[in-house]
Design a protein around this ligand. Structure first.
Ligand code: BG6
Length: 489
């Protein structure tokens, strides 16, 4: 057995085991963990849903679902091991007395009960009450929940309050799958283990930072959910702000969950509010129209299946964010994220300041500044753009832009790069809360985002259109060129 698997086994209870989230993400991740022998051998997986079938039929449904969503052939040996972990219970989650059935299966003495809420948030309160009432929980039990944790501060507090009646903060694991991504975690290593970055990571040397999370996908059949949410709440409130906190936080005293949470909260609290006074200068909302992505014609947002053609929800957002603290004074962060963009690309670009004097005018009238580019996905890696002399015996020194390129795949050939979900599901089973969000972080992020949302509501302006397959509306370029800067191409 792998030495990493010596944790206490779990009863992983998946509420909504046959739902979209579970089938597309959770079960795939568990299967991959199984394949890598990372799940404790005695861990069991208990699926809860409204499905009327037997245990065997449930397992068969999971089998089909894995075949559908796994981008590779199912390994039969792994499947045999994996499927042996499953049990199925039918519970109507709104009927509190039905939770009693859990007592027939949960073994709180030799296993930790990990409750994964893979259902819509309006059911969270029912689940918490049902679990409390049937008496299966103990102080080791945990709950894992996913975004959206509310759609504003008020609703987020309501969810957190109802969960808190049953689970303590220590027992509550709130997932943002970006925090499980290898390259997001690598930000800690890059920043706090390398003195060349640690000493240069501030307003003295950095001009500005860009964070781009461009998606190729559109709404993927989730029009109703997405239309109530929009890209600001769906992506920026969580994933982009989380990346931002990792880029901007002060060095934590250690890698303990509390130390990291404390530093992230300080960054969120220092975000300069975007309000009705500055919202037009600092934000751009966009909406995709039909267009072509990789040679394929795709419909516009308002032509998607189930669309309300009057919708003014944004599928793209770009922002200038200022952080009011000592380290980042005068260093803007430009954030953009959108659906149906040219291609999938998530990256952080740290643009260093220009040098005060140029002695290489023959090569460059203006010396290009150095850049550190962190590719989060796809093609995970780190790249540094520098200027080099072109080799030659000409009397003049001629410069060329070059890059130091570290691809994770080429450099760490023997290490498997797992996705964010795998990492987080594993950490939840192991009981390590470091990569999960604290209540305070989420509420701080909502406070800041609510102010933008309120300012937009006050403006009542339609989003700017951009054809699918492009990098967003022209206004997003203006947002940055106005400051004499440009998005990284
Ligand atoms: C989810 C959003 O949280 O993240 C989706 O709800 C989005 O709308 C997805 O497509 C993007 O995740 P990833 O890992 O593919 O970048």
């Amino acid at each position: 057995m792998n030495e990493e698997t010596t944790f206490k086994p779990c009863d992983l209870v998946i509420f909504g085991a046959l739902g979209d989230l579970s089938r597309r993400k959770l079960l795939i991740s568990l299967y991959r963990l199984e394949m890598a022998s990372l799940i404790e051998p005695d861990t069991r997986i208990i699926g809860i849903d409204r499905f009327e079938g037997s245990n065997e039929e449930f397992v068969e449904t999971i089998h089909k679902s894995l075949q559908e969503f796994l981008n590779e052939k199912l390994d039969e040996q792994t499947w045999l091991q994996f499927s042996a972990r499953f049990s199925y219970l039918k519970i109507d989650l709104t009927q509190l007395d039905e939770y009693q059935i859990l007592n027939t299966i949960i073994d709180g003495k030799s296993r930790v009960m990990v409750n994964y809420f893979a259902v819509a948030p309006f059911l969270f309160t029912n689940i918490c009450q049902g679990l409390a009432q049937c008496g299966v929980l103990n102080e080791e039990s945990r709950m894992v929940m996913e975004k959206p944790i509310g759609h504003d501060l008020k609703s987020s507090k309501a969810i957190n309050d109802s969960v808190a009646e049953v689970f303590t903060e220590k027992q509550s694991y709130r997932i943002d799958h970006y925090l499980g991504k290898e390259t997001v975690l690598n930000l800690l290593a890059l920043r706090f283990a390398n003195s060349i970055f640690t000493t240069n990571w501030n307003h003295n040397t950095i001009d500005h930072i860009q964070i781009t999370v461009a998606e190729e996908v559109g709404i993927e059949g989730r029009w109703e959910y997405f239309d109530k949410t929009g890209q600001l709440r769906d992506m920026l409130q969580n994933h982009l702000l989380q990346i931002l906190t990792f880029v901007a936080m002060e060095p934590p005293v250690n890698l303990e969950a509390q130390s990291i949470h404390n530093e992230k909260i300080k960054v969120l609290a220092a975000l300069r509010p975007i309000t009705i006074e500055n919202v037009e200068r600092k934000t751009v909302r966009g909406l995709y129209t039909s267009g072509e992505i990789k040679g394929i014609q795709v419909p516009g947002y308002l032509e998607e299946e189930g669309a309300n053609t009057e919708s003014t929800t944004e599928s793209f957002v770009a922002l200038r964010v200022d952080i009011d603290n000592w380290r980042w004074a005068g260093v803007p962060f430009y954030l953009r994220t959108g659906k149906r963009m040219t291609y999938k690309r998530t990256e952080i670009v740290v643009n260093f300041k220009q040098l005060p004097h140029n002695i290489f005018k023959e090569s460059f009238a203006e010396l290009p500044s150095n850049k550190l580019i962190i590719h989060l996905q796809p093609n995970e890696g780190v790249e540094i753009q520098i200027l080099n002399k072109i080799p030659g015996i000409d009397e003049n020194i001629k410069l060329q832009k070059t890059k130091l390129d570290l691809s994770f795949f080429d450099t760490f050939k023997n290490s498997k790069i797992f996705g964010g979900y795998e990492k987080l599901v594993l950490e939840a089973m192991r009981g390590n809360p470091t990569l999960f969000l604290s209540r305070e972080e989420i509420e701080q992020a909502w406070t800041w985002v609510d102010s933008i949302q309120d300012a937009w509501a006050h403006l009542d302006a339609a989003p700017k259109s951009y054809p699918a397959g492009t990098w967003g509306p022209a206004d997003a370029d203006e947002l940055i060129t106005r400051d004499q800067r440009a998005w990284e191409e």
